[in-house]
Design a protein around this ligand. Structure first.
Ligand SMILES: Nc1ncnc2c1ncn2[C@@H]1O[C@H](COP(=O)(O)OP(=O)(O)OP(=O)(O)O)[C@@H](O)[C@H]1O
Length: 326
């Protein structure tokens, strides 16, 4: 469906102006290889600046790579970037192009631009607005909607016209759980009924885990792992995830707590540790048995999630070397 080979894009260094420092050259995608199969929901996961948007812009024909190949449904997108618009629907992070239109017109116009006759475009519009729970907002301009509603209207425009490939950059940003569920159901329906393929850019690892068939983890422009969520999780199997939530702050004056700090990922009051089972038992005994217990609000023990894999892989491409399974 979509084949990417050795895709490279380097942003040139810029000179600083008026004494401001310049920026060095950035290799945003570094020999990226991907094979996305028909009907797959394929995720691109990676920290800020990993190169996800740059990669997606090259796949959608919006940016020319320095070198490498992109083939979608047999079309060479590097040589013929204009063909991308006929094959795929792209939902970027910005909606400004549609902002002046009403929800209804945004969906209808997009359907017309994708080649539907007027009557078919209106029918497609009504179906997608109904499907996403947007009918009551149909006559409102996008600029006068809440952030989540506007995002939902943009998803509606992306879905209309049944493109075989949907490229969605953080589609559910700012949406409430009901809207999110409607979006995932609409995507799933297209996959079941039309064999639609979805390339999804996301930071939301928890959401991603439930919807993705396969995931590529990108770090500093390189694919450092590519597998099913289950396959990725097996790589950290044997570890236990320990989550500690402190009432106010961690009592670092207690040596057992201070000792755990260096191996924990800290999120304010919440500490996340990945430990071998016997270490996890010892850690829980230390924080629940002694003086630390009074400072503890909650703790959980769990098997690893995709988030643990993400944290384990992200930023350490030497550790992940050899994990790529395409
Ligand atoms: N126009 C540009 N000029 C120079 N460098 C750029 C430009 N756009 C992006 N970069 C750099 O290229 C790298 C990849 O950026 P990109 O936007 O593709 O990352 P991302 O994974 O999409 O990040 P985010 O999750 O924050 O959206 C980053 O180091 C970024 O600073």
């Amino acid at each position: 469906m979509c084949v990417v080979r050795d895709l490279v894009k380097t942003y040139p260094a810029s000179r600083g102006r008026r004494g401001a420092p310049g920026t060095p050259e950035v290799r945003a995608t570094d020999r990226v290889r991907l094979d996305i199969r028909r009907g797959e929901i394929f995720g691109l996961l990676g920290p800020n600046g990993a190169g996800k948007s740059t990669l997606v812009r090259q796949l959608t024909g919006l940016m020319r790579p320095d070198s490498g190949a992109v083939e979608i449904l047999g079309h060479d997108i590097v040589r013929h970037p204009e063909r991308a618009a006929r094959i795929l629907a792209y939902l970027g992070q910005e909606s400004s192009a549609l902002d002046e239109l009403t929800v209804s017109l945004a969906a209808e116009t997009t359907a017309r631009l994708r080649g539907l006759e007027l009557r078919a475009a209106r029918a497609a519009r009504d179906t997608v607005l109904e499907e996403l729970g947007l009918t009551a907002l149909a006559s409102r301009p996008l600029a006068r909607l809440s952030g989540g509603q506007r995002r939902l209207a943009c998803v509606a425009a992306a879905l209309v016209g049944e493109r075989p490939l949907l490229v969605l950059d953080e589609p559910t940003t700012a949406m409430d759980p009901i809207a999110r569920r409607a979006v995932w159901a609409a995507i799933d329906r297209r996959r079941a009924e039309h064999g639609t393929t979805v390339l999804l850019v996301t930071h939301n690892v928890i959401e991603a885990e439930t919807v993705l068939d396969r995931v590529a983890v990108l770090d500093r422009g390189r694919v450092i792992a590519c597998d099913t969520p289950g396959g990725l999780k097996e790589r950290v199997a044997g570890e236990v995830r320990v989550e500690l939530v402190w009432r106010e702050r961690a009592p670092l004056d207690i040596p057992e707590v201070a000792a755990l700090r260096s191996s924990a990922t800290l999120h304010g009051r919440r500490w996340v540790l990945r430990l071998a089972p016997d270490e996890a038992r010892a850690a829980v005994a230390a924080v629940t048995g002694g003086a630390a217990f009074a400072a503890l609000d909650d703790f959980t023990l769990a098997t690893p999630s995709l988030e643990d894999v993400y944290l384990a892989l992200g930023g350490s491409d030497t550790a992940a070397e050899g994990l790529v399974k395409l």
